[in-house]
Design a protein around this ligand. Structure first.
Ligand code: MV4
Length: 444
């Protein structure tokens, strides 16, 4: 196993990785910015290296500072967590060039799946369902409009280099096509190295369902079931659960088996997620693949009993998967609420000093957080401050534990989204599983 792992992240996920390393007897190094000097993950790591000022570009996103910290501390692997360096193929490549193992898939696989059009074409060639769409990037407006007319409106214009909803434009009719097409092009050119866009038939009010995958370096690939992630705002997920409520066993089997088939075909390694849209009629369509550990991985851990961060470390170290698919047993239901430091009505960031804190506990309640008494939530980073995860024998029990846990949670000194979750947990549509990607804007 690795002797020492450097964690190129902060907050709750840095702490989550420290916990997995400690259980495996691996030493830990964290890199941090000047505002994070007193953060919990910095205190709990074996070693720390300050790599720069608060601005992410000058610390958590600075490849050479992170690699220098790994070299001076003799770390033999780097865990990128999610966000920051997690899906940067240049970073993964730079690690391997320095003789440091990147804990994730190969740089070439990250690059390939980062191209959403290529990923779509691979899925299509394997017979994985995709929405009708263009096989090539379209740069000319006339060709783009005639293609849109061919597949029929509404359509969605997507950036090949995008993903996670960045650089997308929905177009409802031919009359607004021109404006949207040029806006999509301009945004894509400004945001990504790659200005290519492609067109898909727009699927209305779908659910977002994703499949968790694990693969070793010896050709073994399994799935850990699915997660329902439709409750989101501006492509930021708020609440996730596993299993997906109301999904029938036949669809679940198809969804998980096409996800395994897709990742096997590209010789994927480590953990990853295959995202699908599920339409009103129960049809599913591949949209993209994420090559990192995700924020919502705990709901899968709670229903599968598998520590996915420990698995990432073992898989990156070349170990074989010890289980076959039939050995994976799912138990009960799990839900996660992402608590952010934002005002719960308008989502304005609410950084500041936490004066009083009580973290909930008890049977079936897990809180992944780097909060501690008298800590400060910085305005420089993502506002996620805690993930409350509950588990129960069924959805009802997981939900009642969630309501109970949120009632117990005390955070004084800043605004948080806890009141919003308490309201969602009383909403009839949510309770009866009537959710899709437009749920939250209807609810608000
Ligand atoms: C779509 C779609 C409808 N039709 N593609 C958003 C994030 C990115 N992963 C793809 N996304 C979508 N692609 C077609 N052809 C609707 C969305 C979408 C969405 C998907 C998942 C979760 C939330 C969403 C919110 C708005 C739009």
């Amino acid at each position: 196993m690795f002797y020492k792992v450097l964690i190129a992240n902060r907050g709750e996920i840095a702490l989550r990785i420290i916990r997995a390393c400690k259980e495996l007897g691996i030493r830990t190094v964290v890199v941090h910015s000047t505002v994070d000097s007193n953060a919990l993950h910095v205190r709990l790591a074996d070693e720390k290296v300050c790599i720069g000022p608060p601005e992410p570009n000058r610390s958590y996103l600075n490849i050479s500072s992170i690699l220098s910290a790994a070299e001076i501390t003799d770390a033999d692997a780097i865990h990128p967590g999610y966000g920051f360096m997690a899906e940067n193929p240049d970073f993964a490549e730079a690690c391997e060039k320095c003789g440091i193992r990147f804990i994730g898939p190969e740089a070439e696989i990250i690059r390939l799946m980062g191209d959403k059009l290529k990923a779509r074409n691979i899925a299509k060639s394997l017979g994985v369902p995709v929405l009708p769409g263009s096989e090539k990037g379209i740069s000319d407006e006339k060709n783009a409009l005639s293609f849109a007319n061919e597949i029929g409106f509404p359509v969605i214009i997507k950036a090949s280099g995008g993903g996670g909803g960045r650089g997308m434009k929905i177009v409802h009719s031919p009359s607004s096509f021109s404006n949207s097409f040029h806006a999509a092009k301009a945004e894509t050119a400004a945001a990504f190295n790659n200005d290519e866009v492609y067109i898909e038939k727009y699927c209305e009010s779908p659910r977002h369902v994703e499949v968790q995958i694990m693969a070793d370096r010896h050709g073994n690939t399994i799935h850990l079931g699915e997660r329902e992630c439709s409750i989101q705002r501006r492509h930021q997920k708020l609440l996730e659960e596993s299993p997906c409520p109301g999904l029938d066993d036949k669809t679940r089997k198809e969804l998980t088996s096409v996800a395994v088939k897709l990742v096997k075909s590209i010789n994927y390694t480590n953990v990853g997620t295959v995202e699908f849209l599920l339409d009103k009629d129960g049809n599913f369509f591949f949209i993209e693949m994420n090559t990192r550990i995700q924020v919502e991985h705990p709901v899968t851990e709670m229903v599968s009993g598998i520590d996915m961060i420990k698995k990432q470390l073992k898989l990156a170290n070349g170990e074989r998967l010890k289980y076959k698919q039939k050995d994976i047993k799912f138990s009960g239901h799990s839900i996660e609420c992402r608590i952010t430091a934002e005002d719960p009505k308008r989502f304005v960031p609410s950084p500041g000093h936490i004066k009083n804190l009580h973290i909930p506990g008890g049977l079936g309640v897990r809180v992944d957080s780097a909060l501690h008494n008298s800590c400060t939530v910085s305005s420089y980073y993502d506002p996620l401050i805690a993930k409350v995860i509950t588990h129960g024998r069924d959805r009802e029990e997981a939900l009642s534990r969630m309501s109970r846990a949120l009632e117990e949670f005390i955070i004084e000194g800043i605004f948080t989204t806890i009141p919003l979750y308490k309201n969602i947990l009383n909403d009839h549509d949510f309770l009866s599983g009537r959710i899709d990607v437009e749920y939250l804007s209807r609810f608000l």
